[in-house]
Structure formats: structure tokens, C-alpha cells
Design a protein around this ligand. Structure first.
Ligand SMILES: N[C@@H](CCC[C@H](N)C(=O)O)C(=O)O
Length: 298
């Protein structure tokens, strides 16, 4: 029954995460994908859309962490609920920054560089203390493709935010409507997305205001996706012919994110602002960890 390792639970617009503090890499080693899947299991584990291991760049031999040394003290070792890795997590990096400020003594009055598998990104705590703004880097718009759910198919814009997205405009987000309940991954062109894809379905709500649902690679339908909201904003701004620096509001089932695509003078970068909440902390118990009968569902 004794304790094994600590965890923290948090969320950003209800995209929820188990954080695993492991500053010097001594707790989790290579971090077993099967353990990630067990922790994320909503019935037999803690339940989450993904895991954020908090590790120092100096303590991790992942090539992305090694490359980030010198620019960032901390590395966000992000894993999807099925144990797979992704290049980036936009909601996760805000929650990660919240953890660094609240539990690792990181100064909230300065921008915080964070190493990720898509490079070092900067998170700035907003003066209110409630929200964080992430410089998500330059998006890459990679052309048009197609996604489908059952017999329904839509054209989609291929946008990379470090990780892959397909953005499809639809008439309604109603789960009883054309998009459906999204139990299964939408079909996509594997030649375009050999590593899989996150699929966003979007409707317009007003001027510079959209709403979306998302099916995430490796995690299923989630209540929010930060990189997805940025991809949606970029695809919408292009469709609108909007000038750069035009702010957009992106509603997700779990809340609202604010996204702006800056002009070339400011680097053509996407800035995303949203909340980050820590909910609880605790310890994982040894009897659960060693239980060979635990049913791992991915
Ligand atoms: N929820 C995240 C994205 C997490 C990674 C994604 N599932 C992938 O595999 O690329 C976000 O907030 O960006």
C-alpha cells in the first residue's frame, strides 16, 4: 500500500493532464508508455488526456531536450493517453508553466522558456495570474486534404503547429449531426499524415469568433486542444483574408482560447492565451502500480 511516486492533476480548458514531477530524471527513467496509458485510464487509473513529465533538460537524453539545453531549464515530456509522444501540446504547456511557477519557484514576472519536441517555446504568465500566453511559433500551412466520418467527408486544411492538424469547416458541431459523436478517429489520407493527425471541426460563431470540436491523435475526442485552436485560427484567418494581428476567439467544449497570428515584422508567430489550473496532488500507490491484473485500455 506504500507510496511510489508523486503526481499533480491539472487542466487547461478541460484538456486534462497528469503531471509527473521528475526534475532529475531519477523517478521515471524512459517513462514506460504502458504506465502512461494506465495513469490516463479514466476507470482504472487517474484519468487524463495526457501526461506531462516535468524534467530538467540537463537530466534527459532525449535529443530535443539535449538541443534545448542552454535555452531552457525545463523540458515538457508530453505523452498522449495511449502512451505515444507528440511534438507539442498547447494546453499542456500552459499547465506545465503553472506547475513551474507554483511548485518549482520559477519567476512568474518573466517569460518562461520551455523545451518541447518541436523546439523551445516561451510561456508568459499574464499579470492577472489566471492566464498564460504561449508563443506557439510559426505555423506551416501545407495545403488542402480531406477528412471523413462514415459517409460524410469534408475538405480540410493541413496545418502544422509542430504537430499535425486537419481543419475542416462544417455546418454544425452537434454530436447528433453530421460530425457525430467522434468515438473513432476520422479517416484521413495516410500519405499526407503518415504519423496520424489531430482533426478539428469548426463552425463560425461571428466576426473573428469560431467554435470547434477535436479528435486528438492518441487521446480521442477531448474538451480542448491548444495546438488545434491555433491551427483553426490560422485556417480561418486565411479563409477570411484577415490581416495579421487580428485576434480570434476560439471556443472549445471546455472553454475559450484567444489566438492571434502576428505579422512578419513580429515574426509571423501564433500567440495563444488561455487558463491553466492545478487541481490536486497526490501519490500513486504501490499496490496499484504492481497489480498485474490491471486492464490497460488504450
Ligand atoms: N491537447 C494538445 C495536443 C496533444 C498532442 C496531440 N494529441 C498530438 O498527438 O499531436 C494541445 O492542447 O495542443
Amino acid at each position: 500500500m506504500d507510496a511510489t511516486f508523486p503526481f499533480v492533476k491539472g487542466h487547461g480548458t478541460e484538456n486534462d493532464f497528469v503531471l509527473l514531477p521528475d526534475p532529475d530524471g531519477s523517478v521515471h527513467g524512459d517513462l514506460d508508455p504502458a504506465l502512461v496509458a494506465r495513469l490516463c485510464d479514466r476507470r482504472a487509473g487517474l484519468g487524463a488526456d495526457g501526461v506531462l513529465r516535468v524534467i530538467r533538460t540537463e537530466a534527459y537524453d532525449d535529443p530535443h531536450a539535449v538541443a534545448a539545453r542552454g535555452s531552457a531549464t525545463w523540458f515538457m515530456d508530453y505523452r498522449n493517453a495511449d502512451g505515444s509522444t507528440s511534438e507539442m501540446c498547447g494546453n499542456g504547456i500552459r499547465v506545465f508553466a503553472r506547475y513551474l511557477v507554483d511548485h518549482e519557484g520559477v519567476d512568474p514576472s518573466r517569460p518562461i522558456p520551455v523545451g518541447t519536441r518541436t523546439g523551445v517555446l516561451t510561456v508568459t504568465p499574464d499579470p492577472s495570474g489566471e492566464t498564460f500566453t504561449v508563443d506557439m511559433g510559426e505555423p506551416r500551412v501545407l495545403g488542402e486534404t480531406k477528412v471523413s466520418v462514415g459517409p460524410a467527408a469534408w475538405p480540410a486544411t493541413h496545418v502544422s503547429m509542430g504537430n499535425p492538424h486537419a481543419v475542416a469547416f462544417v455546418d454544425s458541431l452537434d454530436p447528433a449531426g453530421e460530425v457525430g459523436p467522434l468515438h473513432d478517429p476520422p479517416a484521413h489520407d495516410p500519405a499526407v499524415y503518415p504519423e496520424g493527425v489531430n482533426v478539428e471541426f469548426v463552425v463560425r460563431r461571428g466576426r473573428q469568433h469560431v467554435a470547434m470540436r477535436v479528435h486528438e491523435r492518441g487521446s480521442g475526442e477531448t474538451r480542448s486542444c491548444g495546438t488545434g485552436a491555433c491551427a483553426v485560427m490560422v485556417a480561418t484567418a486565411l479563409a477570411d483574408g484577415a490581416e495579421r494581428n487580428t485576434p480570434y476567439r476560439v471556443d472549445v467544449p471546455g472553454g475559450t482560447l484567444h489566438v492571434t497570428w502576428t505579422d512578419a515584422e513580429s515574426g509571423g508567430r501564433v500567440l495563444m492565451t488561455g487558463p491553466a489550473v492545478l487541481v490536486a496532488r497526490g501519490t500513486v500507490l504501490r499496490n496499484w502500480l504492481v497489480d498485474p491484473t490491471t486492464d490497460v485500455r488504450t
